[in-house]
Design a protein around this ligand. Structure first.
Ligand SMILES: [Zn+2]
Length: 240
């Protein structure tokens, strides 16, 4: 199938797809009408995503390998999504990055590649897909028991994002107890998570991710993040 025919299929479905390709958010109404009018096949979504974002993915992978001193484990799959609750998502069971909004494409890819890397490191350790939140997707919903996992998963991904984009985030923890962070929404997992894992990953990204995916904070650790961080830093010294 030629490119034009493929684009024809999509633009023939109306404004929502055009809006997506221009990088805008879709309205709930337009998504609903898209789904009603014609279901996009997952295969077609992946083909299109690869076509539009495949070269960006390769570029960010190469940048991260230089900046973070790591080797990525091949490439994740790419797909187009229509979620309003996440700009992009990662699916550990299928190694798939779904792009829902392409406004800050490079930043989203940099973040999701952090999830991909942690998943592949976990698989390499024989620990299986990571993280699994009771069947929920990464950057989507989490259960109440998943707080420690979520903190580490988003910390690692935000670290990848922040280093790739040169945000210059610090590794300082404002509070010892995670429940004392009262910022609204899910942002605190990303920021506190980054500050928690940054000093560990700054030592060695590969070894740090191996250590963290195998030892996420317990509920007791969530009450003493400073102690948890200190313990993980000591383990890093032993791994040298
Ligand atoms: Zn994430």
């Amino acid at each position: 199938m030629t490119n034009w025919k493929k684009i024809g299929i999509f633009t023939g479905m109306g404004f929502p797809i055009v809006a997506f390709l221009l990088g805008g958010f879709l309205t709930y109404k337009s998504i609903n009408s898209t789904q009603k009018s014609e279901e996009l096949k997952e295969e077609e979504r992946q083909e299109l995503a690869q076509e539009y974002f495949g070269s960006d993915l390769k570029k960010v992978i190469s940048e991260q390998e230089n900046i973070l001193g790591i080797k990525h484990f091949g490439e994740p799959k790419l797909s187009l999504g229509f979620s309003l609750t996440a700009d992009a998502s990662y699916y550990p069971q299928t190694d798939l990055i779904k792009i829902n909004n392409s406004v800050l494409l490079k930043r989203f890819i940099a973040h999701e590649l952090g999830h991909f890397y942690a998943d592949k490191v976990s698989e390499g350790l024989g620990r299986g897909d990571w993280p699994i939140f009771k069947g929920k997707i990464v950057d989507g919903e989490y259960g109440k028991d998943d707080m420690g996992l979520k903190l580490i998963a988003e910390g690692i991904a935000t670290y990848f994002e922040s280093r790739t984009e040169g945000d210059g985030l610090t590794g300082d923890l404002e509070h010892k107890n995670f429940s004392n962070y009262n910022s609204i929404g899910i942002g605190k997992y990303y920021n506190v998570g980054n500050n928690l894992v940054k000093p560990i990953l700054d030592k060695d990204v590969r070894k740090g991710v191996e250590l963290l995916v195998a030892n996420p904070p317990t509920s007791a650790d969530l009450e003493d993040l400073v102690g948890y961080k200190k313990r993980m830093l000591e383990r890093m010294e032993e791994l040298k």
